[in-house]
Design a protein around this ligand. Structure first.
Ligand SMILES: N[C@@H](CCC(=O)N[C@@H](CS)C(=O)NCC(=O)O)C(=O)O
Length: 203
């Protein structure tokens, strides 16, 4: 088994944190996305979508998409539970993970991809207005989450879950959208300090 990933990229970090929380050791094959490492023909043959991370199993099966990889490991090793114990928990965590993934992480990534000169390497047709709009969306989502986090310790409820992992990766990537947690986000700052103190955050 091998995880193809880029140590600098935000989506692979989600899987690295997930694996660290589970205490699962998977060998990494590191590549540099900004230098086109993921477009090497031998890798494209395995992973035609040309995105990282992707997981190659010993029988050659390839699993791409960060959350699909996390689901695989959750099924393989349920403890500690990161995706819910019962249908209601699972749905709630899925709901928050998707919200954070689409409205925060996705917005930060789009702001960066369409607004930063270095990202021309991956986004040759940058649309500056799309970058600006996504900056606003990310900022609005931070405001939404700030209100939500007044009433619970973790993103999806009383327990740490994969939704916290996605949110941590997104918040630590805010600088790419020229955003940060401020005095307007005391609840998010408290949450961020808590999840950052977990050893997995170093992954
Ligand atoms: N939906 C995918 C997104 C993966 C993704 O976009 N990864 C970025 C790095 S964070 C990438 O490989 N970009 C390469 C490119 O855009 O060509 C996931 O959740 O894993």
């Amino acid at each position: 088994m091998k995880l193809y990933q880029d140590p600098q990229a935000v989506n692979p970090r989600r899987v690295r944190i997930f694996l660290a929380e589970k205490g699962i050791d998977v060998p990494f094959e590191n590549l540099e996305v900004l230098k086109g490492g993921h477009r090497d023909p031998a890798l494209v043959a395995k992973n035609p979508m040309m995105r990282v991370p992707f997981l190659e199993l010993d029988d050659g099966t390839v699993i791409a998409e960060s959350m699909a990889i996390c689901r695989y490991f959750e099924a393989l090793q349920p403890e500690p539970v990161l995706m819910g114990r019962n249908p209601v928990e699972q749905a709630g965590i899925e709901m928050w993970n998707r919200r954070v993934e689409h409205q925060l992480l996705g917005s930060v990534i789009n702001c960066f991809r369409h607004g930063h000169p270095v990202m021309v390497a991956l986004e040759p047709n940058q649309i500056k207005e799309w970058s600006v709009l996504n900056n606003t969306r990310a900022s609005e989502m931070l405001g939404f989450l700030e209100t939500e986090m007044a009433s619970r310790p973790f993103i999806a409820g009383a327990e740490y879950s994969v939704a916290d992992i996605t949110a941590l990766a997104a918040v630590d990537f805010l600088r790419a959208a020229r955003l940060e947690l401020t005095d307007d986000h005391p609840n998010l700052r408290r949450w961020h300090a808590d999840v950052s103190a977990r050893p997995s955050a170093a992954a």
